[in-house]
Design a protein around this ligand. Structure first.
Ligand SMILES: CCCCCCCCCCCCCCCCCCCCCC(=O)SCCNC(=O)CCNC(=O)[C@H](O)C(C)(C)COP(=O)(O)OP(=O)(O)OC[C@H]1O[C@@H](n2cnc3c(N)ncnc32)[C@H](O)[C@@H]1OP(=O)(O)O
Ligand SMILES: Cc1cc2nc3c(=O)[nH]c(=O)nc-3n(C[C@H](O)[C@H](O)[C@H](O)COP(=O)(O)OP(=O)(O)OC[C@H]3O[C@@H](n4cnc5c(N)ncnc54)[C@H](O)[C@@H]3O)c2cc1C
Length: 681
């Protein structure tokens, strides 16, 4: 293990971080705030009781020195990152149990994952995450009552640790093309798991490398000589006592990545590994003892766990973004640079309108994502309850909206975090700003759980179907109601309502244009698949427009109808943020507004003026707004974003953690540099 570092003292004591000392610019900013930040924090938490629970939970975990790093993970080797991550992940389990036994307010390890509390404790990922986020949910969602009774308690208690092994070297997106096979033998009543090719090696599952001893493996099911497509199987990977790989199981870790380096992503292959028949998860489809296959009511139910994760990802993005924008806003209040007026003192960089433009739309985005995530979570719960009662009618709509929200929320958050990093200038590039690690965590989500382009094409597919229904005068589901051909579009009126309406008009226009392209493609002799491929750039664009219409609609609806309890001062700020989100995106899509909404050049100028006005209105509340996210310094994890704003002191302090600063002359001097300095070439 890395061990404590020698060099922790800053060179000059007066430049050390002083506990309790707050940067005067930040103090001034906090005085300017026009609303009660605690009121907003309570609103974000969902009430005072939930607020107290969260505080108690954070205190319980974050005041434990065992869970804090002596050495930042970025200074550790790859192996030590895992060792450290696993140690803390296991310790967390123990602590969680302790808390639960003492009547604590947390009963789910899942609350310790993701962008808020989880990323404070395990900055670079948790090797047990997949166990909780996918292994257990798959058991719960796809196991029979008997299977659930047998496996779930063991899994909750971590007597078995699992992962979700679906992706292979050769296929991630196209899961119908997976090559791993599970072949049933009625004589032994076993399935035999096999990896016939190199491309069939499982590749990526989190925790698979050295952590999990079980996995849900997604494989092509063969019985009675016939292939029935992909199904989930519980497979033991390692011996429960020795942790050695089971006979016929080849397993390991895939190596360092752009981020998430403690998550222990792995590879896996099988050489005819037997498992008992009752380890196929059989809630939906079944294989009877004699090998007879019983079909599922829908083969898409096998995709249920992916759907669940897509839903929680949207919420997770809002958490990561709240953190990044807190760092950038606080830093922008402390940092002074250049002269706005020659000869006058350097302004806070947040006084530059361009800086406000970089940051404030992303404060607004936190809310936009939160409100959509909440809606999606509620819909997910409704639909899964209905599916359990045998009603699958709403599944396609849930799939369609979850796919585009997953794609748009992850893509927007990654762009936002990169913008936050750039807004912090050079210091944003430092690992100790925590912006690079945060970006590494977030950008992964554009790929995992369904690559974003592919997700948008799934939504586009649903939109094309909805369009055909609309043309036939059939009833439409609520999220695509705007496609109704009898719907009267309201004319442009320079209001936020008009922008939200405009996004619907744009989406409707783009959907219609895609339908036309597809039709023309087919008429020109292309197959429907070729025509689809030819139209796919447009289709992705239409799906994004549909999602933007949904997000802005949700946001405005929340501001109008979901904030009645809030004080007028706070409601005003919430309305400003909603307006800013809408105007910001309207201006990014000016071409679309000109094309589809009948706006004119002067309307664009009005929007521009209104955006500037909103930025200036939000400016005095910017620090108050990010303070309201109420993220503890341990969660922020940044030299630039701590509550006290001692930015330069913390930068120097964190530089002193570098092992290169442990001695006045580094060992490498003797090993290579001294010879170079003396050489006469
Ligand atoms: C707010 C409160 C919140 C509270 C909670 C708070 C908790 C907070 C904690 C947060 C913690 C965060 C954790 C972070 C850690 C994460 C770690 C990383 C994990 C990463 C794990 C992974 O990365 S794990 C692998 C994922 N790997 C994929 O994601 C493969 C993509 N690939 C496909 O998913 C399929 O391949 C794809 C493309 C659909 C085509 O599937 P396919 O070929 O079978 O289908 P076709 O395209 O032919 O379509 C045929 C028809 O099926 C329909 N359909 C398709 N899917 C459907 C579906 N699901 N449901 C219904 N219908 C569906 C479609 O709409 C068509 O319908 P129709 O015919 O009517 O048009
Ligand atoms: C950090 C991380 C963690 C992961 N964890 C897990 C895990 O725990 N378990 C697991 O099973 N998997 C996991 N994965 C794998 C992940 O789910 C896949 O990487 C993802 O589904 C994308 O598949 P792929 O890598 O094969 O990309 P590909 O599908 O090969 O995509 C490559 C490119 O091809 C394009 N493309 C592919 N198909 C189409 C199409 N039909 N139309 C248009 N364009 C297309 C994509 O848009 C993309 O640009 C993880 C991945 C990452 C990065």
């Amino acid at each position: 293990m890395f061990g404590r570092l020698a060099a922790k003292q800053v060179p000059n004591k007066e430049y050390a971080v002083v506990p309790g000392k707050v940067n005067p610019d930040l103090q001034r900013e906090r005085k300017k705030c026009t609303f009660d930040t605690l009121e907003l924090t309570h609103f974000l938490d969902g009430g005072v009781e939930k607020y107290k629970d969260r505080k108690e939970r954070e205190n319980f975990f974050l005041s434990d020195p065992e869970l804090m790093d002596d050495v930042p993970p970025e200074l550790m080797s790859h192996e030590d990152q895992y060792r450290n991550g696993l140690k803390k992940a296991c310790y967390l389990f123990k602590k969680l149990k302790e808390l639960r036994e003492n009547g604590g307010t947390i009963d789910n390890y899942r609350q310790l994952l993701g962008g808020s509390l989880g990323s404070a404790i395990l900055k670079d990922g948790n090797p047990l995450a997949l166990h909780y986020v996918m292994f257990i949910p798959t058991l719960m969602g796809q196991g029979t009552p008997d299977q659930c009774a047998y496996w779930i308690e063991k899994a909750w208690d971590c007597r078995v640790i699992g992962t979700y092994a679906q992706t292979e070297l050769g296929h991630g997106t196209f899961i119908r093309g997976l090559e791993t096979t599970a072949t049933y033998n009625p004589k032994t009543q076993q399935f035999f798991l096999n990896s016939p090719t190199l491309t069939s090696y499982k590749w990526w599952p989190g925790g698979l490398g050295q952590t999990a001893n079980y996995a849900v493996v997604v494989a092509q099911l063969y019985t009675k000589g016939e292939c029935h497509g992909i199904h989930p199987f519980i497979v033991q990977l390692r011996d429960e006592k020795t942790h050695r790989p089971m006979p016929g199981v080849i397993v390991g870790e895939i190596g360092p990545k752009l981020g998430m380096n403690a998550t222990n992503n792995g590879f896996l292959a099988f050489k005819q590994v037997p498992i008992p028949r009752n380890q196929m998860l059989m809630k939906n489809a079944q294989v009877l003892p004699d090998g007879t296959y019983v079909k599922s009511p829908s083969n898409k139910l096998t995709y249920g766990t992916m759907m669940f994760v897509r839903v929680v990802i949207v919420q997770d993005m809002a958490s990561y973004l709240a953190k990044a924008v807190t760092i950038a806003v606080r830093y922008s209040a402390v940092r002074r640079q250049s002269e706005m007026v020659p000869g006058q003192s350097e302004p806070q960089i947040m006084d530059y309108l361009t800086q406000m433009y970089k940051l404030f739309p992303y404060i607004a985005t936190v809310y936009a994502l939160k409100f959509s995530a909440q809606w999606l979570w509620n819909m997910y719960n409704d639909v899964t309850a209905k599916i359990d009662a045998g009603d699958l009618e709403l599944l396609p709509e849930l799939h369609s909206i979850a796919c585009c929200l997953k794609a748009v929320s992850t893509a927007d958050t990654a762009t936002a975090i990169e913008t936050c990093r750039l807004s912090c200038g050079g210091h944003g590039y430092m690992a100790c700003s925590n912006l690079p690690t945060t970006y590494g965590n977030v950008t992964a989500a554009s790929t995992y759980e369904g690559e974003n382009t592919v997700m948008l094409l799934q939504t586009a597919r649903a939109l094309m179907k909805a369009y055909a229904k609309a043309q036939a005068g059939e009833q439409l589901s609520p999220t695509v109601e705007y496609l109704n051909r009898n719907r009267k579009f309201r004319p442009w009126s320079n209001t936020v309502d008009s922008i939200v309406e405009g996004f619907k008009q744009i989406a409707a226009g783009k959907v219609a244009a895609c339908a036309l392209s597809l039709q023309r493609g087919v008429e020109s002799g292309l197959s429907s698949e070729e025509a689809w491929n030819r139209a796919s750039v447009q289709l992705v664009d239409a799906a994004e427009a549909h999602c933007r219409a949904f997000i802005t609609d949700r946001h405005l609806d929340m501001v109008r109808n979901g904030m009645n309890e809030l004080s007028p001062a706070l409601r005003e700020v919430m309305a400003q943020l909603c307006d800013l989100y809408c105007v910001f995106w309207a201006l990014k899509r000016t071409g679309d507004f000109l094309q589809f909404c009948g706006i004119r050049g002067e309307d664009v100028q009005n929007l521009q003026d209104y955006q500037n006005e909103l930025l200036v209105q939000i400016r005095p509340n910017a620090v108050g707004l990010v303070d309201s996210f109420d993220l503890r310094d341990e969660i922020i994890g940044s030299a630039l974003g701590s509550y006290d704003g001692q930015v330069y002191e913390r930068l120097l302090q964190s530089a002193m953690l570098s092992p290169l600063n442990a001695k006045p002359v580094h060992d490498s001097y003797g090993a290579s540099l001294s010879a170079l300095l003396r050489a006469k070439y």
